[in-house]
Design a protein around this ligand. Structure first.
Ligand code: GLY
Length: 332
């Protein structure tokens, strides 16, 4: 079990930035956590991830700095990452055992705790936008498969042919998994789920998460990303969380809601709450990470993997993009 050997990593230079009473904004993104080590990334690959994270961070922060909503910032960043084949979300998502690509996504608005989620979509270009349409245009929270596709059609969501999402790199991963007769749960992979969390100048919080799930997933397997309370949660009174990692464990721990409850009910600071919940995941055998923002404007990362593609920024001037766990030469 890969996770058992890993120490919980709380970035050494993690800092809580409190906006106080001033109207400020905070933003954080992730592009997945996992076995992400310097020796496994070429300079070109690292530069591509940094440029992509920078673009997603900028998309969200420009909206927030202009007084836009946390929800719009979250969607803007995730749409860019869904369109970027570097990540396991939207274009570039992993293949199922049957050689298909099935997306999961969810989004939550902390102002009223309205939420939308979709699972198993195959032609929707930006599943995060469909999740948001479920939130705003239906009386439901969670739609799946053909029904979600039909709902998307009725609401004019952009569709593409399934091949649009396919990449050679992900096909090779599936072929390797099959050749080695491994199950999706045995593979030591770089998770590439994407997510964003935001606090806007009005003090509203939002969170969203989007993924292709796990390489070689079977039987309609669903991870934590589209599950409100596991992969995504936002409540103006506690925090906003987006998770990435081994979904089965994140569901069992109820990671996103658990972090917010610890902050709201136990009065824990967000770093302690996040680290404690990730430690619980690790103890059970799971690995991954979270990004969190709070009503006070803290932006927190926590992960128990070697690295996590991530970025954060706020109205106080913080701007950071990082990949590895040791942070040596990592911050920008
Ligand atoms: N965290 C994404 C998944 O397990 O599907």
């Amino acid at each position: 079990m890969i996770a058992a050997a890993m120490a919980l990593v709380s970035p050494a230079n993690a800092q809580d930035v409190t906006a106080g009473d001033e109207p400020g904004w905070s933003f954080a993104i992730h592009g997945g956590a996992g076995v992400i080590e310097r020796e496994n990334l070429t300079d070109e690959q690292e530069a591509a991830y940094r440029a992509s994270l920078d673009a997603a961070l900028t998309a969200g922060t420009e909206i927030l700095a202009a007084g836009g909503s946390a929800m719009d910032a979250v969607k803007a960043a995730i749409v860019l990452m869904e369109d970027d084949p570097l990540y396991n979300a939207g274009r570039g998502a992993v293949f199922t055992w049957d050689g298909r690509i099935e997306h999961d996504a969810s989004i939550m608005d902390g102002t009223d705790r309205s939420a939308g989620a979709v699972t198993g979509t195959r032609t929707i270009r930006n599943p995060i936008l469909l999740a948001d349409t479920v939130r705003t245009e239906s009386r439901h929270v969670f739609l799946s498969g053909d029904g979600a596709e039909e709902f998307a059609g009725e609401h004019g969501l952009e569709t593409v042919l399934p091949d649009w999402f396919a990449t050679e790199r992900r096909l090779e991963s599936l072929n390797r998994l099959k050749a080695q007769k491994l199950s999706a749960l045995d593979v030591d992979v770089k998770y590439g789920t994407v997510g964003a969390v935001a606090r806007d100048m009005q003090g509203n919080l939002a969170a969203g998460t989007s993924t292709g799930g796990m390489t070689g997933k079977r039987w309609g397997r669903i991870g934590d990303a589209p599950i409100i309370g596991a992969g995504t949660y936002a409540d103006n009174d506690s925090c906003a969380v987006s998770a990435t990692g081994h979904g089965e464990y994140f569901i069992r721990v109820g990671v996103a809601r658990e972090i917010c409850s610890r902050i709201a009910l136990a009065g824990e600071d967000p770093q302690t709450a996040s680290d404690s919940v990730l430690a619980e995941v690790l103890e059970m055998g799971g690995d991954g990470g979270v990004i969190v923002v709070t009503p006070a404007g803290d932006e927190v990362f926590s992960f128990n993997t070697a690295g996590m593609y991530r970025g954060r920024a706020d109205s106080e001037g913080l701007r950071e993009i990082a990949i590895f766990g040791d942070h040596a030469g990592d911050a920008e």
